[in-house]
Write a protein that binds this ligand. Structure first.
Ligand code: FES
Length: 357
């Protein structure tokens, strides 16, 4: 085959740009983009994690975070499935301009929303719209393991024709008995009879779809109001919310993902610190409560950033000396921390600090 990538057993690192190799339209304004590493490196990630893409939109690059929709059990390529909302800039650019052969800077993978760190026998996956993508990755992973999963999979959409991955999920469900699919739509498509659930997901539906929901580990992904409705429904049913997990790109999760490098120091706004940006030859006097990212911006330096709350990993820089107080939300791996990297958006300098910027 002409287009086979070079054989490689090395693991892809974000220093290497990725090449788009296919674009599959899923439905209007929604497409799956698949990437490969030109070196042939393999992708190692946990199902449910995300990537941050640097998108060269007119007017300057923007960074956008997308959950991976493919599974690490198929490590030669990696896919994201994106849906352009009204007014979207980055995703719109992807749908209109990103074609096979284009290379992009991509950061990650990162994120804590994964079933692989939770020991559970039974799962209840609940999604709305493009929130289905991390759950698709988790389901494909379990399917590819060859063992029989026990998943009740609920996907909500406006109409049946807007259920992303419906055929792929139905194919998997036809091969393993432990994948139980349920669709909930607001309204049927015109001229297409619909016998599934209609309306907004509620307690009654949850009880019918998964009578043993109290025994299941719940993973939920979708717009904030949707996840809030699911949380309230489960709480009302007496569900133990320690077994509830949700993906949330909008708001920081107030749970430190990892022990900060100095866990007994709390940044104090009255204490001064000093950040040296070694490659730029700039030294800034700041308060401990200022982030490295804010210090860079205030001094005219650009550290690429995306989420600004420690999720996407875009602002990762290497610290060559000094200490920081970093509380992130999964945007950096333990290996990177060991190698001296920090996330500039959520790292506060404690005393003199030097970074490679
Ligand atoms: S900008 Fe997203 S982790 Fe810092």
């Amino acid at each position: 085959m002409k287009d086979l990538p070079p054989e490689s057993s090395s693991i892809w690192h974000q220093d290497e740009s990725l090449e788009c190799v296919s674009v599959i339209p899923e439905m209007p304004n929604t497409a799956t983009f698949t990437f490969r590493a030109p070196s042939g490196a393999l992708f190692d990630f946990r199902p449910g994690q995300f990537l941050t893409l640097e998108l060269p939109v007119p007017g300057g690059a923007v960074h956008r975070t997308y959950t991976i929709s493919s599974s690490p059990s198929r490590p030669r390529s990696i896919s994201i499935t994106v849906k352009a909302q009204k007014g979207s800039i980055g995703t719109r650019w992807m749908l209109d301009h990103l074609t096979p052969g284009t290379r992009l800077r991509v950061m990650g993978p990162a994120g804590l929303f994964t079933h692989t760190t939770v020991a559970a026998e039974k799962y209840l996956f609940i999604s709305a719209g493009s929130g289905i993508t991390p759950l698709m990755s988790m389901t494909t992973w379990m399917f590819d393991l060859g063992t029989e999963p026990d998943i009740v999979f609920v996907s909500c959409a406006r109409r049946p024709s807007e259920i992303i991955f419906r055929q792929r999920l139905e194919h998997m469900a036809s091969r393993v008995p432990g994948l139980d699919l349920h669709w909930v739509v607001e309204a049927p498509d015109r001229y297409a009879p619909w016998t599934g659930y209609r309306g907004q997901i509620n307690q009654l539906m949850l009880g019918l779809m998964a009578p043993d929901y109290l025994e299941r580990e719940v993973f939920c992904c979708g717009p904030d109001p949707f996840m809030q409705a699911v949380r309230e429904a489960l709480q009302g049913l007496g569900f133990d919310m320690d077994h509830y997990h949700q993906e949330n790109f909008q708001a920081p999760v107030a749970v430190p993902a990892d022990a900060p490098p100095i866990d007994d120091v709390v940044p104090d706004e009255d204490i001064r610190a000093e950040v040296t940006f070694a490659l730029s030859g700039v030294t800034a006097k700041v308060a401990e409560t200022d982030t490295i990212l804010a210090a860079a911006k205030a001094n005219g330096l650009n550290i690429p950033s995306g989420c600004t709350f420690g999720v996407c990993g875009t602002c990762k820089v290497r610290k060559t000396s000094g200490d920081v107080h970093m509380v992130h939300n999964g945007g950096i791996s333990d290996e990177d921390i060991t190698d001296g990297y920090i996330l500039a958006c959520c790292s506060n300098p404690i005393g003199p600090v030097t970074v490679e910027v």
